[in-house]
Write a protein that binds this ligand. Structure first.
Ligand SMILES: Cc1cc2nc3c(=O)[nH]c(=O)nc-3n(C[C@H](O)[C@H](O)[C@H](O)COP(=O)(O)OP(=O)(O)OC[C@H]3O[C@@H](n4cnc5c(N)ncnc54)[C@H](O)[C@@H]3O)c2cc1C
Length: 246
């Protein structure tokens, strides 16, 4: 078992089995703990496989905490979206999955560098001009994505182990009212002090127009906005002592 907190997952496999290694690598990379049952060391575990598979003995078999199981989980994953985030995530996933299928409703919009890397990588299959119209489940878990070709209307079903959605962000700024200046995508326009177009209202992080959408810069924005808020309050707008500490 890995050192992380117990997830209740058991992987029945064998040291010589490449698909077992792939599944365990995926779990480890995502810090999901599992109990490793190696058939060569614990041959009696084959009885559990037969019980789960109506006599079958396929490995790897992954048994989850709720008692459900997967027999040789699919080594294909789907990435929905065609921008930088989608392709970056796809490249990361290609370390664990045999195939990464990218589904994008337009042509890819990621940087040409990322597009070149993905297009030249045989692990990737790219579908552009498709709408995702359905996510299918099986016994309460994700099973497949159904797409419709935007030109022909043809539908395709793509079974996969998982789907990762990177289709952009819509900032939750509607509650602020129309007087706040926004960019074309609805992100709040701020000046160098993080102040919005309304005096005394500051914005920080992803919601800011032009922000890098990265955790580190969001935290930095937050600190800057806090300091600027304190300066604003101290500038005489409020009489009470300001106890904000950055
Ligand atoms: C899948 C994914 C992977 C990512 N990976 C990375 C990475 O590897 N490295 C990296 O640097 N960044 C990564 N990011 C980006 C990073 O998560 C964001 O940049 C960061 O979380 C932005 O912080 P934030 O506080 O601005 O916004 P958020 O983290 O989105 O926080 C906004 C908060 O405001 C709350 N909220 C919204 N509206 C209201 C309201 N009206 N009233 C009260 N509360 C409200 C929301 O519920 C939320 O809790 C990733 C993002 C995603 C989605």
């Amino acid at each position: 078992m890995t050192s992380a907190q117990n997830s209740g997952i058991t992987v029945i496999g064998a040291g010589w089995c490449p698909h077992c290694k792939r599944v365990k690598k995926f779990l480890s990379a995502h810090r999901v703990s599992y109990r490793n049952v190696d058939l060569d060391e614990q041959p009696a575990a084959v009885d559990r496989l037969k019980e789960l598979q109506n006599g079958g003995q396929i490995i790897p078999t992954v048994i989850y905490a709720d008692g459900t199981h997967d027999v040789n989980p699919s080594d294909e994953v789907l990435v929905i979206g065609g921008g930088n985030a989608a392709l970056e995530e796809g490249l990361h996933l290609s370390e664990f999955a045999r195939r990464v299928r990218v589904l994008s409703k337009t042509d890819l919009t990621a940087s040409s560098l990322l597009q070149d890397r993905v297009k030249s990588d045989p692990q990737f299959v790219i579908h552009t001009g498709v709408d995702v119209v359905e996510l299918e489940g099986d016994h309460g878990r994700f099973a497949a994505v159904v797409t419709r070709d935007r030109e022909t209307g043809a539908r395709h079903r793509f079974p996969a182990a998982a789907a990762f959605v990177f289709i952009g962000m819509r900032p939750n700024t509607d509650f602020l009212g129309a007087e706040f200046e926004r960019d074309d995508s609805g992100f709040l326009v701020t000046g160098p002090t993080m102040q919005t177009s309304i005096a005394g209202v500051f914005a920080a992080g992803d919601v800011r127009s032009g922000s890098t959408k990265q955790l580190g810069s969001a935290v930095g924005d937050g600190i800057a906005a806090l300091l600027m808020t304190r300066r604003y309050l101290e500038a005489g707008h409020h009489k009470a002592k300001v106890l904000v500490d950055a």
